[in-house]
Design a protein around this ligand. Structure first.
Ligand code: BG6
Length: 302
């Protein structure tokens, strides 16, 4: 059952928030404050829009996205957790990128601050989640909608046994002018795992896109990563915490045509830069401990 938007509007009467039934009847929250507009779905705590006033939309969202119960939305900012990509067991019954992006989250609190609207969501372990991840946890997510977009995902182990090999990705789809007008800086000299052939390689110079790209960059903290988009005359600055790995993904021509919820030409106007705990960077969360991972995005005119 989807949470009732009328009841949420009563519980959270802050003027910057409006709840309604969004695409596919899924409960959605629209945020509008003095700095920006944003939108998220309670399924997956999935941010589908952030746009600073008088600026371009920051997030790419597929117009072929599927909005349905237990189905991930293509675009925006999905949370991949507690594993990244396939489950380590290889068992195809375990959903790709974990269950957080399709789980029903609760809205716990809203705070209006001098820097924007802070929205706090969460969900806790249940017998259903224990089928996928043995153990107990409290998962929380803060979305800050202000002059910058900032998200922080935290997990506390509330059980008696450690949570092992926990993977994560804040899988942000960035909207860009045109793929050949964009370079990514801040990765120079880093090693990465090329997921297309399984080989470890080294990044020489700035990253440009002229083919399918699916990489896990290693040891990325504490660098900031920038998208320089000459077509949009914009620079996006991406700061991460709690992460030593960054995933860069563009499906390019062929894969775009194979994914049913992805437009054939979609690869030309998006790139994913994902603040992650992937590959060698998966984490163990001991009983009582909390692990947090965050991404903050700021846009500048070029
Ligand atoms: C990226 C992975 O993070 O997500 C890619 O590196 C994957 O390998 C992509 O194809 C999209 O995944 P999904 O499950 O949303 O189609």
């Amino acid at each position: 059952m989807q949470p009732d938007p009328t009841e949420l509007n009563q519980r959270f009467p802050e003027p910057s928030l409006t709840f309604d039934k969004g695409e596919g009847g899924l409960t959605r929250c629209q945020v509008h404050n003095q700095w920006a507009q944003a939108e998220f779905y309670l399924q997956g705590a999935h941010l589908t829009r952030y746009q600073k006033h008088h600026s371009l939309p920051l997030l790419w969202l597929s117009h072929q996205a599927v909005y349905a119960l237990n189905h991930p939305i293509r675009g925006g900012l999905p949370i991949c957790w507690p594993w990244f990509n396939q489950h380590a067991s290889g068992n195809p019954a375990f959903p790709q990128h974990g269950f957080a992006r399709t789980h029903q989250w609760s809205l716990r609190a809203v705070l209006e601050t001098d820097n924007g609207t802070e929205i706090f969501l969460g969900f806790t372990s249940t017998p259903a989640t224990q089928r996928w991840l043995p153990g107990e946890f409290d998962a929380r997510y803060r979305i800050s909608v202000g002059p910058t977009l900032s998200v922080e995902f935290s997990v506390t182990n509330t059980g008696e046994h450690s949570l092992n090999e926990i993977g994560c990705a804040l899988h942000t789809y960035f909207s860009i002018s045109q793929i050949n007008e964009v370079i990514v800086t801040g990765l120079e000299g880093l090693d990465y795992l090329d997921q297309l052939d399984g080989l470890k390689k080294n990044q020489r110079g700035a990253l440009k896109f002229n083919q399918e790209t699916d990489r896990i960059y290693l040891q990325t903290q504490p660098r900031a990563i920038q998208i320089k988009d000459t077509g949009n005359r914009q620079k996006l600055d991406i700061q991460s915490q709690g992460s030593h790995s960054t995933v860069i993904w563009n499906p390019w021509k062929h894969k775009s045509t194979v994914m049913p919820d992805f437009p054939d030409q979609g690869y030309q106007t998006m790139i994913c830069i994902e603040t992650a705990n992937a590959f060698e960077d998966t984490r163990t969360i001991e009983p009582g401990a909390t692990h947090s991972i965050s991404q903050t995005i700021q846009s500048f005119e070029l």
